[in-house]
Design a protein around this ligand. Structure first.
Ligand code: ATP
Length: 456
């Protein structure tokens, strides 16, 4: 089994990620977070929110709706141009992303390219391309495929193609259209940012690579509104901050690298990605973009509402430029999981699977065990400790099987500490605290437990 297969099967076995609607055979490129996955995702969201909103006086949060006025997607350019180039294998009918295939051959294809141009490029490498599914070598012509997911919300005509409404393809549009509301309802002044976490939907052509590329996923985006003259400087500051975020999150630096976009869309002034080395190679985790005044200008034009900003000190009127940081929660989730997953051989020859998650991301912080489940006095004491700790941090109570097995279960889900209550506890009010990484065990006084756990 390769590392990716191991992670996929581990994620399901230990309740991190389940294929969607699995009892019906699954649903391509859609996944559910299981009990531990939901906790890990929540901790990643919290870490992002803390770094972006809590720690910045001038960044505020937002939670805009998934559905928006259809004109939003015309103004943003999604209806006309949000597409990926697709070719179909004539043998097994599976689809490939032609821009990705070209990239593997060292050819940069960008969103601006027309049908003829991209077909010419694809024709030049056809001989080298094999279908990842069946190995076939015969592909259809390249077609552009729009990624917006369409719905019939509020459409009672019976015709899906009439007046289509869309599930948002990115969360940032909700930020742009609320920019004026935020300015008018809070005390923010340029420079300031608006951050939001929420679902986005894309009809992704390829559905491989597990949760890396989902059709329903969660974005964490921050749009920073600045004076045009400050955009380049601010952009560099955000690049630094976002890099540091991943180091603070505990990802290993050698698995991170920068990737600069060569062919920018016409409005973008700069675009860099932070890539992570997933089990299938270095791929985009986060994008950091200098978007100029494009978004607010477009929405001013399409809505007829003036979205310019008047500086309260200088009285200067201008359309703010936007520096954007955008990342998919699932891409961080997969990076964190791949970084943390390890299998090690113990002295006795057994294999231990351990998730070396940073403590702040661990789904469960502490597990509490009574040594024996059939000794009511041990169970009562363990419950008492569990009930106290659970008000401070996510805890799990486990009295099933021998303590060694319970340790293994907790190691697999990345629980940093296990506390065992034994007969000595009843005598001297101390417990055994066992460390996930070193497997060392120490006796700690119960009254010091709360502080000890909290400080760790
Ligand atoms: P890709 O080239 O991988 O398709 P993109 O350049 O289209 O990504 P953006 O539109 O810049 O991605 O989206 C910003 C971020 O949203 C990405 O950096 C990524 O973290 C996340 N993202 C985009 N598409 C998906 C997806 N299908 N599943 C999970 N996360 C995604």
């Amino acid at each position: 089994m390769d590392t990716m297969e191991k992670i996929v099967s581990f994620a399901k076995r230990r309740g991190f990620v389940f294929p969607s609607s699995e009892i019906y055979g699954g649903f391509s490129a859609v996944y559910d977070f299981g009990p531990y996955g939901a906790e890990l995702a929540r901790n990643i969201r919290d870490a992002w929110w803390k770094a972006m909103v809590d720690e910045h006086e001038n960044i505020v949060g937002l939670d805009s709706a998934i559905f928006m006025h259809p004109r939003v997607w015309e103004a943003s350019g999604h209806v006309g141009g949000f597409s990926d180039p697709l070719a179909e294998c004539k043998q097994c009918h599976s689809r490939i992303r032609v821009d990705h295939i070209l990239e593997e051959q060292g050819i940069v294809a960008d969103e601006k390219m027309g049908d003829v141009e991209i077909n010419t490029l694809f024709d030049s490498i056809r001989g080298k391309v094999t279908c990842p599914k069946c190995g076939g070598k015969d592909f259809s012509e390249v077609k552009k495929f729009n990624l917006l997911v369409q719905s019939n919300l509020g459409n009672f005509t019976g015709d899906w193609n009439k007046e289509p409404t869309y599930l948002r393809g990115e969360t940032c549009q909700g930020i742009y259209v609320n920019y004026k509301n935020v300015l008018d309802s809070t005390r923010v002044k340029v420079p300031f940012g608006i951050a939001q976490i929420g679902k986005a939907f894309r009809n992704e052509i390829t559905a491989r690579q597990f949760i890396f590329r989902k059709r329903e996923f969660e974005q964490m985006e921050m749009q920073y509104f600045v004076h045009p003259n400050d955009a380049s400087k601010v952009y560099e500051e955000w690049r630094e901050k976002r890099w540091q975020f991943y180091l603070d999150l505990g990802l290993s630096e050698k698995k991170l690298k920068w990737h600069q976009h060569e062919n920018l869309v016409f409005y973008a002034k700069a675009a860099w990605d932070i890539e992570y080395e997933y089990p299938f190679g270095f791929k985009e985790m986060e994008g950091i973009h200098n978007r100029s005044d494009y978004d607010l200008t477009q929405h001013s034009k399409f809505s007829g509402v003036d979205l310019s900003y008047r500086d309260p000190h200088t009285n200067e009127k201008y359309i703010p430029w936007i520096v954007e940081t955008s990342v998919g929660l699932e891409r961080i989730f997969l990076a964190v999981l791949s970084d943390a997953y390890s299998e090690e051989t113990l002295e006795n020859g057994e294999t231990r699977t351990v998730l070396r998650l940073p403590k702040k991301l661990a789904p469960v912080k502490v597990a509490v065990f009574p040594l024996l489940k059939n000794k009511p006095e041990l169970v009562a004491k363990a419950r008492e400790i569990f009930d106290t700790l659970k008000t401070h941090m996510r805890c799990e109570f486990d009295d099933n099987g021998n303590v060694g097995k319970r340790y293994r279960r907790q190691d697999e889900i990345g629980t940093p500490y296990c506390i065992t209550i034994d007969f000595d506890t009843l005598e001297d009010n101390t417990v055994t605290v066992r460390d996930r990484d070193t497997m060392e065990q120490k006796r700690v006084k119960v009254e010091e437990l709360g502080n000890a756990m909290y400080n760790k």
